[in-house]
Design a protein around this ligand. Structure first.
Ligand SMILES: Cc1cc2nc3c(=O)[nH]c(=O)nc-3n(C[C@H](O)[C@H](O)[C@H](O)COP(=O)(O)OP(=O)(O)OC[C@H]3O[C@@H](n4cnc5c(N)ncnc54)[C@H](O)[C@@H]3O)c2cc1C
Length: 345
């Protein structure tokens, strides 16, 4: 499970959650009434500079699963819990959130308020559509519980896409879905966007392509005439391929789309397949402009670093939870900023 610390693998329970929210209310009450606030999170996936000063609310102890009901297939999760930690809690129950964004450090609250999306969205919608209940800290320092019906239904309805402007999600109760051990992939090349659009329409209508079921759907445009849709299908065994692929070391997932038509990943590696390619962000984050090495060199150097780090990892960690050693390295090199001092939010 990579960098996932052992303490996040145990739901904290309601009492600990209540204590954390009570501390937060005290912090809010201690602020001058007009003081602007922002979240003091440990991670962030925003790449913008702040222009105004505001007080960081310390939400560092609101990043755990509170409880998980494998029978009802629901979990109550603190708002600042990263998807990496959330998935590490659900997979041992053979469950996952209905939508898992591609970066491990995106938090549940961030994805719900920021309209997340991923390859199961064509069948499961956006992350907020599997929220059953939201506990929200409002701007006037009150905690309210918003549900689709009832007193705070308007807040529940408008919270998605509000980016923290209507309040902060302290906990969210979400639906979970069963997983299979593997995801079988087919990369289908198209030469025009019109054809891709037609294919997406057909898959959304029929949930199938060339007679095979489609459970996951995403795509990459390499060039105007080189577009791939990656179709994922749940699989119970590693059929068609001796071992599932591993893109956590020297191999690069996005390049595999051009190199092979079929592939197989464990469900864990499928969920984080893009996260292993995090250096695509180097350009976004302006590293190239600041004199960073060319992308190919930077990629190779970072792949080597990951490999080194994996080999140096103690065997006890590598084998954590009975997972193959390669999965222990999957947490290395995560893209979102880990910022113990509290990231912008
Ligand atoms: C390279 C990259 C790839 C991405 N890939 C995906 C993807 O595959 N799927 C996807 O769905 N999204 C993706 N995103 C978008 C990402 O989901 C959103 O930016 C999301 O809002 C980030 O969440 P975060 O937890 O990192 O929040 P932050 O970056 O810390 O904050 C984002 C905003 O959400 C607000 N916010 C955060 N937590 C809460 C909370 N608990 N309650 C209320 N408001 C809150 C903050 O105030 C801020 O306005 C990607 C973003 C980047 C930069």
């Amino acid at each position: 499970m990579g960098d996932v610390a052992l303490d996040v693998l145990r739901p904290v329970g309601d009492e600990q959650h209540r204590a954390a929210t009570a501390r937060l209310l005290d912090d809010m009450a201690a602020l001058p009434p007009e003081a602007p606030v922002r979240l003091g999170k440990r991670t962030s996936n925003l790449f913008r500079q702040r222009t105004t000063d505001s007080t960081r609310l310390d939400v560092s102890d609101l990043n755990h699963v509170i409880d998980l009901d494998p029978v009802a297939r629901t979990a109550r999760v603190q708002g600042m819990t990263t998807y990496e930690d959330l998935v590490a809690n659900t997979l041992p129950h053979a469950l996952m959130p209905l939508v898992v964004p591609q970066l491990r450090t995106i938090t549940l609250g961030g994805a719900v308020t920021g309209l997340g999306i991923e390859s199961s969205s064509f069948r499961s919608g956006l992350p907020h559509e599997s929220v059953l209940e939201a506990e929200i800290l409002t701007g006037d320092g009150e905690i309210v519980v918003a549900r689709p019906d009832g007193e705070h239904a308007d807040l529940f309805r408008t919270f998605p896409n509000s980016y923290g402007s209507l309040g902060y999600a302290l906990s969210l109760t979400i639906e979970l879905e069963p997983v299979h051990p593997y995801v079988a992939l087919q990369h289908v090349r198209f030469c025009s966007l019109a054809d891709v659009q037609d294919a997406i329409g057909q898959i959304m209508r029929t949930r199938a392509w060339s007679g095979e079921e489609v459970d996951f759907l995403d795509g990459v445009v390499f060039a105007r005439e080189e577009i791939y849709l990656t179709l994922g299908r749940w699989a119970d065994s590693a059929t068609g391929q001796a071992d599932p692929s591993d893109y956590t070391g020297q191999r690069i997932f996005y390049r595999s789309l051009q190199q092979r038509e079929r592939d197989l990943l464990t469900v864990h590696d499928y969920l984080w397949r893009w996260d292993t390619d995090w250096w695509v962000l180097a350009r976004v984050r302006g590293a190239a402009a600041a004199g960073a090495p060319p992308m190919a060199e930077a990629e190779a150097a970072q792949r080597r670093l990951l490999e080194d780090r994996r080999l140096r990892e103690p065997a006890s960690r590598r084998g954590l939870g009975g997972r193959p050693a390669r999965e222990a390295a999957a947490g290395a090199g995560r893209p979102g900023r880990r910022d113990p001092a509290g990231a912008d939010g």
